[in-house]
Design a protein around this ligand. Structure first.
Ligand code: SF4
Ligand code: SF4
Length: 501
């Protein structure tokens, strides 16, 4: 199959050599798990448990009441000791509602479903995927069932499975493809059935030869599934770039992959679908690469969700905060963590503790207008112009220049010889635009409320006036009636006297 490639991109040092040959190890269950009820894009799940309540592994602890949401399950048998605010893996460690589970010494085994998932209808499969709380595992954390539902409604033809893993340091998807390829391929076949799509294309970067060979062999039995090798280039794993690589077509600005008849999921998401539908396990664990120069014994770990990052680091030989910078995800698109007392969640593909040598930051200098940032931007933007407008607080102008099409891949900042922190400008600009949108919505809501209130007051006044008019009319009618009765009585009086005399 012919590949088209994509515009721009960079070749950052892969830095995968310390973990790519390390098989996945299961991390022992910690004493306590801190399970946030918000682990996905969309509305948070709503707590279904209270302190003191015992829970079983896989039991629902957070229910999704909104369409764009995903339920959360207990990763282990234990007792809920607290449901309260706890730091999340976010640059500001924002607190979110979290169920704290004291883990039991004895764990019950999983109960494998008796039914064959391939006997289920597409709608039933989508429902099981929704109930299992599966979200995009590449870091985006979009609820997978919502994505599958939307794709089914649009009638997509092609399912693209992202095995790119182009971020430096991360090797969790590579190990998953090498060690659990059969489960991934079965998960992809189930997703195809759920979507009623014609074909699936699994894309793997050409620096993962063993993963490619493993999947290629397994896919021989599956004529609907094809494995493709794509050239190693960052940000290959990004949805727009991967679709462009395979189909040679761009998602239009403001459009979606489904507009092109395509939907994309990550290899780890396909594995989670397999676990849910074949093994009966909701999404309660994930594979995490623990790496970076500050980590003495890096690893690829299978981790129960809710395990604290400090426990992963300690398992890998790093105690306390003996690192220069801590990241969740890769160094290009990942987020900085202010401290390691935050839990691993569904989208945490890597925990990277960087050493001083890896984080040497040079002071930014003035732009020399070399246009290197323009050449590497995969979204076809003008990063230098965008940054200039944001620096001047001209957010509307930055928006007109396509700020919303920036995927925050960091390629421009990576090549900038003046070391200008371009992506930070773009995050700031997007944040400001979002805050303005929220403010405008609030103002619109306030104006709507004021108009509704004025209308309601006018209606009340009109009702009062009508009631007063009615009362006046009634009083006049009563007065007229009384006058008439009085007149009639007056006329009748002499006769009465005559009769009485
Ligand atoms: S790469 Fe850096 S120095 Fe060169 S034009 Fe872009 S912002 Fe300016
Ligand atoms: S402008 Fe945005 S999309 Fe373009 S290279 Fe920079 S971070 Fe990536």
């Amino acid at each position: 199959m012919k590949l088209f490639g994509f515009r721009g991109g960079v070749h950052p040092h892969a830095r995968k050599e310390r973990t790519e040959q390390l098989p996945i190890i299961r991390l022992p269950l910690p004493r306590r798990l801190y399970v946030p009820l918000q682990q996905h894009i969309g509305e948070p799940a709503v707590a279904q448990v209270r302190p003191g309540q015992p829970v079983k592994r896989g039991e629902l602890i957070g229910g999704s009441v909104e369409w764009l949401s995903a339920p959360v399950h207990a990763p282990a048998d234990g007792t809920v000791v607290e449901v309260s605010e706890f730091a999340s893996p976010h640059p500001a460690a924002l607190p979110v509602t979290t169920a704290v589970i004291e883990v039991s010494a004895h764990q019950t085994p999983w109960r494998v479903p008796a039914e064959d998932p391939f006997g289920l209808s597409p709608a039933e499969l989508a429902l099981r995927i929704r109930q299992a709380g599966i979200v995009g595992m590449g870091g985006a954390t979009f609820p997978s069932a919502v994505k599958l539902d939307l794709a089914r409604q649009h009638g997509v033809d092609t399912l693209i499975i992202n095995g790119g893993e182009c971020e430096p340091y991360l090797t969790c998807d590579d190990r998953l493809m090498r060690e659990r390829g059969q489960q991934i391929v079965t998960g992809v076949a189930l997703m195809l059935r759920c979507l009623e799509a014609r074909r699936a294309l699994i894309l793997v970067e050409d620096n993962k030869e063993e993963a490619l060979a493993t999947l290629r062999t397994l896919c021989r039995e599956q004529p609907q599934i094809t494995t493709l090798s794509v050239p190693t280039r960052y940000p290959q794993g990004s949805q727009k770039q991967m679709i462009q690589s395979v189909l040679g077509r761009e998602i239009p600005a403001g459009g979606h992959a489904t507009d092109l008849g395509v939907v994309m999921h990550n290899v780890a998401t396909a594995y989670a679908v397999y676990e849910a539908l074949v093994d009966g396990k909701p999404l309660v664990s994930r594979i995490v690469t623990v790496g970076g120069g500050a980590v003495p014994r890096p690893a690829n770990l299978e981790v129960p969700l809710g395990t604290l990052v400090e426990e992963l680091l300690a398992y890998c030989g790093l105690e306390g905060e003996a690192y220069e910078r801590l990241l969740v995800g890769g160094p290009m698109m990942g987020q900085w963590l202010p401290h390691p007392r935050v839990p691993v969640i569904k989208g945490s593909s890597g925990i990277i503790a960087l050493s001083e040598a890896e984080t040497r930051v040079e002071m930014p200098r003035p732009c020399i207008r070399c246009s290197r940032c323009v050449e590497v931007c995969p979204s076809g933007l003008l990063p230098l112009e965008l940054a200039k407008r944001i620096r001047k607080e001209q957010f509307a102008a930055a928006s007109e220049l396509g700020l919303s099409d920036c995927i925050a891949c960091g390629s421009c900042a990576y090549v900038c010889p003046a070391k200008i922190p371009l992506v930070q400008y773009f995050h700031y600009g997007k944040g400001q635009l979002q805050a303005r949108r929220v403010q405008e919505k609030k103002l619109d809501n306030t104006a709507d409320l004021a108009a509704t209130k004025a209308q309601r007051l006018a209606e009340i006044e009109a009702q009062k006036a009508a009631a007063a008019q009615a009362r006046k009319r009634e009083a006049e009618a009563r007065a007229r009636q009384q006058a008439a009765e009085k007149a009639a009585a007056h006329e009748a009086e002499p006769c009465a006297r005559t009769e009485g005399d």
